[in-house]
Design a protein. Structure first.
Length: 179
């Protein structure tokens, strides 16, 4: 059995502008984090970025401030990313952006805005689903011809309590030929 080419596996779905617009408001599947937020993961993250906030290093101080120990909010997306390999097989994320049948073979993230509804508590396992909420008309830019796609990801814990909402704007385009 031949393994799929990773570049092809992560390529966005191709189709027409009208096909993409037809999927506005449709939810992706739910993507589940494999492991909970823990003090070890928080310490490793904070050590990498040299974040000395006592909320992430001292459980008693964190509980005093937040009611219980918390993870850094910037760990949000990392808590839902699948491992790059597992003996149980690969897990793929179900991103609506990648499922939208649109013209354009590549994309770049233009902006991300995250609203945190509450802290991420240690011990929680985070999941998310997303939806495309807007697709612009095609724009001719220096990068190439494409459209701006706005997606909203809804992050929650295993009990379905809202943790955060992330709004992303991406440019999906066909690069200009180099001449």
């Amino acid at each position: 059995m031949k393994k799929p080419n990773k570049a092809d596996r992560y390529a966005p779905a191709r189709g027409s502008y009208e096909e993409g617009k037809a999927l506005l408001g449709v939810r992706s599947g739910t993507n589940f984090g494999a492991y909970p937020a823990t003090d070890v993961r928080a310490a490793q993250y904070c050590a990498l970025i040299e974040d000395g906030n006592p909320s992430y290093w001292d459980a008693a101080e964190s509980a005093r401030i937040w009611g219980r120990p918390v993870a850094p909010p910037a760990m949000l997306q990392g808590l839902t990313m699948p491992l790059p390999w597992s003996p149980r097989g690969e897990t793929e994320l179900d991103f609506m952006l990648m499922n939208l049948p649109l013209p354009g073979e590549t994309l770049i993230n233009v902006s991300t805005d995250i609203v945190y509804h509450r802290p991420i508590y240690l011990g929680e396992t985070i999941n998310f689903w997303d939806e495309a909420v807007d697709i612009s008309e095609e724009k001719d830019t220096r990068l190439g011809l494409g459209c701006f796609v706005t997606t909203v990801a809804h992050y929650q814990n295993e009990q379905g309590e809202a943790v955060a909402t992330a709004t992303n704007v991406q440019f999906r385009f066909t690069p200009r030929s180099r001449s």
